[in-house]
Design a protein around this ligand. Structure first.
Ligand SMILES: [Zn+2]
Ligand SMILES: [Zn+2]
Ligand SMILES: [Zn+2]
Length: 530
């Protein structure tokens, strides 16, 4: 399956001499030398190690003594200690701290490793599994460090502890991409804190599930077969099960088990333990903590397209509703988004806009006034000067209880756009006619100009709507029946990663996607006002 070969820049390493499929157990090994878990002084260690070296076969002894050594030595005992410090892998069971494995210790490091090492306590062997398909000729690599960290920190640790400068794919990325990668890692670590490190601290809320969803998304952006995935899926399973949702709990637990089976093998503790959880999610102690999301294991929906299935699984209700409604509105529709001149007057009931329901007048349809902030002053109350869709300037007076102080000051900025639901024309005692704003819930401010807001809406209509069974790729403008949607906003669709990159970097989706994540803005686009 593999052979010891020269690897450019790294000395020797294990190289695949045939295609190795993902999940293959590449190595299964017992240690030839071990060191204890407890701290011991060098003299004690040297004796302890020498005894083990002496009892090795001649072939094993030679293999051991030819291993890389970062430490100076004057005799075989010191050399052996140096080799162990340089090469040993953790065992952390039965009082043993670490051990030398004649094959596994020959595997080089990569920050983008294609294989995973693990001490499997159930079979008391060290294993190495392919995390993804490893093509013939590719070097087999493992990850030497603990937690993922930024390039600078990784490189320093590898240099200090193992004496080499890592030149793996991730470490050789151009500066900008490397910074993106570091940011991703930083966010993953931050999410780790937000999610909580174990079941005891975790809050089993939809918000926490959102964090896990984001984390899985970031892992997948990092590359295939990330070893953090099974843990993330287990977190998701626990959140679902704690809320009585056995269907999702089952799917998440199966994904966790699948990940561990790949990385650690069918006989690992994790695969076995969580395999039985996937079979029977109701057995988890957390089950029934709440029954808010109650489902049974057999309620997993069948026949959904993969994107819709993921939306269901992660309870991403918002984007789904948007698609189901299919009621994307046109912000240029003057009847729904009228200029100031077309608003009903406040001094009488305009029966084009209002009808009587149970004795009181209610709006007959949806309308919303849009205006861009051109100025603001605060005297008795906040007053904004707005430019409407007809390029006409009008004042908006805050007659709310807070007189405008209820708004985040950062939102009141020239160039931001105000939306007022069911706005009316009001004639003030003094000054120009304008809008008299009383109920804080009827007003929203978006951090974007009116022109930009309209353009974004045009784009969403163009790129997220299906016409005659096809959508248009936002990267290359080709029409196709099956495209992949942007995992962040679910509104733009792409042929592949290449087109998505073009959309993101060259066609402005990076900034737009951020705007489109705002539920209020999405709501505006589907006439939904919460
Ligand atoms: Zn690296
Ligand atoms: Zn395309
Ligand atoms: Zn997006």
């Amino acid at each position: 399956m593999y052979a010891l070969r020269d690897v450019p820049g790294k000395g020797k390493g294990l190289v695949a001499i045939e295609d190795i499929p993902k999940g293959t157990r590449v190595l299964l090994e017992q240690p030839v030398i071990t060191t204890p878990e407890r701290q011991r002084d060098d003299e004690w260690l040297k004796t302890h190690i020498s005894q083990q070296v002496d009892s090795l076969s001649e072939h094993q002894r030679q293999s051991f003594l030819s291993m890389h050594n970062l430490y100076p030595y004057q005799n075989v005992a010191e050399q052996s200690l140096g080799i162990i410090r340089t090469n040993s892998l953790p065992i952390e069971a039965d009082g043993i701290g670490a051990g030398i494995f004649l094959k596994a210790c020959l595997i080089n490091h990569s920050c983008d490793n294609n294989a995973q090492k693990n001490w499997n306590q159930s079979i008391k062997r060290h294993t190495v599994h392919a995390l993804r398909d490893i093509p013939k000729g590719e070097e087999i690599t493992i990850y030497y460090l603990g937690l993922d960290s930024s390039r600078a920190i990784r490189q320093k640790k590898l240099q200090d502890k193992f004496g080499f400068l890592c030149s793996c794919r991730l470490c050789s990325l151009p500066t900008e991409q490397s910074q993106d990668n570091d940011k991703r890692l930083e966010r993953i670590n931050r999410l780790d804190d937000l999610i909580g490190l174990d079941g005891m601290q975790m809050i089993f809320s939809l918000r926490t599930l959102r964090y896990v969803d984001e984390r899985v998304h970031l892992y997948n952006e990092q590359g295939p077969g990330n070893s953090g995935l099974p843990r993330a899926y287990l977190d998701a399973a626990q959140i679902a099960i704690a809320n009585g949702d056995l269907a999702r709990g089952h799917v998440f637990a199966e994904r966790a088990v699948e990940g561990w089976r790949t990385a650690l093998g069918s006989d690992s503790k994790e695969t076995i333990e969580y395999g039985s959880l996937a079979q029977n999610p109701a057995k988890l102690q957390l089950y029934g903590h709440s029954m808010k999301w109650k489902t049974s294991s057999d309620e997993v929906p069948q026949g959904l397209d993969p994107n819709d299935f993921e939306d269901w699984l992660w309870r991403r209700e918002e984007p789904r509703k948007l698609d189901q409604l299919g009621q994307l509105t046109d912000l240029r529709n003057y009847k729904i988004f009228p200029g100031f001149a077309a608003l009903p007057n406040s001094n009488s009931v305009d029966l084009e806009f209002y009808g009587k329901v149970d004795g009181t007048y209610k709006p007959l349809h949806y309308w919303c006034f849009l205006g861009e902030i051109v100025d603001s002053i605060t005297l008795h109350h906040l007053e904004l000067e707005l430019m409407d869709v007809d390029d006409k300037k009008i004042p908006l007076h805050f007659n709310t209880d807070g007189r405008g102080s209820e708004l985040e000051p950062a939102k009141i900025q020239r160039g931001h756009t105000v939306a007022v639901l069911y706005a009316q024309r009001h004639v003030f005692m003094y000054g120009d006619p304008g809008i008299r704003h009383e109920n804080p819930q009827m007003l929203k401010i978006f951090p974007v100009s009116l022109k930009k807001l309209l353009e974004l809406n045009d784009q969403v209509q163009q790129f997220s709507t299906k016409v005659d069974g096809t959508r248009t790729c936002h990267g290359c403008s080709k029409k196709a029946e099956s495209l992949n949607r942007c995992g962040k906003c679910s509104l733009f669709w792409y042929c592949d990663n290449g087109c998505q990159r073009i959309g993101w970097n060259e066609r402005g989706h990076k900034a737009d996607c951020k705007l489109l994540k705002d539920p209020d803005l999405r709501g505006l686009f589907v006439l939904k006002w919460d």
